[in-house]
Ligand binder design. Structure first.
Ligand SMILES: *[C@@H]1O[C@H](CO)[C@@H](O)[C@H](O)[C@H]1NC(C)=O
Length: 324
């Protein structure tokens, strides 16, 4: 009789039909079996112990791999340099102010209305932000880290100390100054050029009139003739021109401030604290208003290779100034 009962108990019996809330309460805490959330205390203890060990081993493995990886790196210099690196040894040019890439992806158009204060201020603010790193004082109190390493340099100055870097005096950019809102109001905007930093790259400058490339603009050739043989000639030269014949006509006179390129004494960049990329402010004195002008600026050195389509050694942007 007792045996028969046991067999009968093995048949599946539907669980008692409990209400939703009742069922949930039993799931939370089943007093009959001592189960909490479907597991007994020892079951919970085992599973927690398992995951504890599992994650400890995972963390340990990850940390060990990261440590081994960091052993191969130097925080001060890139592991792959110059030819061995992906960025290569051909520095590109950059320009500021960069148009807001959130608004229009890949836009390179500097467009504003010269007599609209808001429109002028928008671009002036972008340049202000960019030039902040060039100031000695941070926005708060105290100096920018590394600013104390910056010393005035010239073509004739002595070699730099181990920590020293050449200063880039932003007071030299008149009329491309913050107080003057970089001349945007005068309908003659300034655009700042910089050479992208490549660790340990040193320019091989065109410092005399021999073997100047045939495609070099004549005004730049003239300029090099004037300084040829002098120490000032050790410069990565820049030139900005209209891209198409119509642009050449519309661009108007161009000035390079404070000089026509990036002096060699700023190179090589070796990631010393406080290093600043030298800048050239390009002043477009009188661009034709109301038309879009395609502008291409190039950097010139014997070891900078130019390719318009790959944008190597050059930068392209458009300028459009409206009067009203
Ligand atoms: C011109 O540049 C070359 C290569 O960098 C350099 O060796 C030479 O001294 C420079 N000439 C002058 C006058 O500085």
């Amino acid at each position: 009789m007792a045996d028969k009962n046991k067999v009968a108990e093995q048949y599946y019996a539907p669980p008692p039909d409990l209400g939703k809330w009742e069922g949930f309460k039993i799931f939370l805490w089943n007093s009959e079996t001592g189960q909490f959330l479907g597991r007994t205390g020892s079951s919970w203890a085992k599973i927690l112990l398992f995951y504890l060990i599992f994650y400890l081993i995972l963390v340990g493995f990850f940390a060990a791999m990261l440590t081994i990886f960091y052993q191969t790196l130097d925080s001060k210099m890139p592991k792959w340099q110059m030819d061995a690196s992906l960025i290569g040894n051909n520095p590109g040019l950059g320009f500021r102010p960069m148009p807001d890439t959130d608004a229009a992806v890949e836009s390179t158009l500097i467009y504003y209305k010269a007599n609209d204060k808001g429109s002028v201020l928008k671009w002036a603010t972008v340049i202000d932000d960019f030039l902040k790193q060039y100031q000695k004082k941070g926005s708060g109190s105290g100096e920018v880290p590394g600013a104390e390493n910056r010393v005035p340099c010239s073509a004739n100055s002595a070699a730099l100390g181990e920590k020293q870097v050449c200063d880039v005096p932003i007071d030299d950019f008149h009329p491309c100054t913050p107080a003057n809102q970089y001349n945007y109001e005068e309908a003659g905007p300034c655009v700042f050029l910089k050479l992208n930093k490549i660790f340990n790259w040193t320019p091989n400058p065109y410092n005399n009139t021999e073997d100047l490339p045939a495609n070099m603009p004549d005004d730049l050739k003239q300029h090099i003739k004037l300084v040829s043989g002098k120490k000032e000639a050790n410069t990565v030269w820049v030139s900005c021109e209209g891209e198409n014949p119509a642009d050449v006509e519309n661009i108007g006179p161009v000035q390079y401030i404070p000089r026509r390129g990036f002096p060699s004494y700023y190179y090589p960049f070796t990631n010393k604290e406080g290093y600043l990329s030298p800048l050239v402010a390009v002043l477009f004195e009188k661009p034709r208003t109301g038309v879009l002008i395609n502008i291409e600026c190039k950097a010139w050195a014997k070891n900078i290779f130019y390719d318009r389509y790959e944008r190597r050694g050059s930068v392209h942007f458009e300028l459009m100034v409206d009067r009203s």
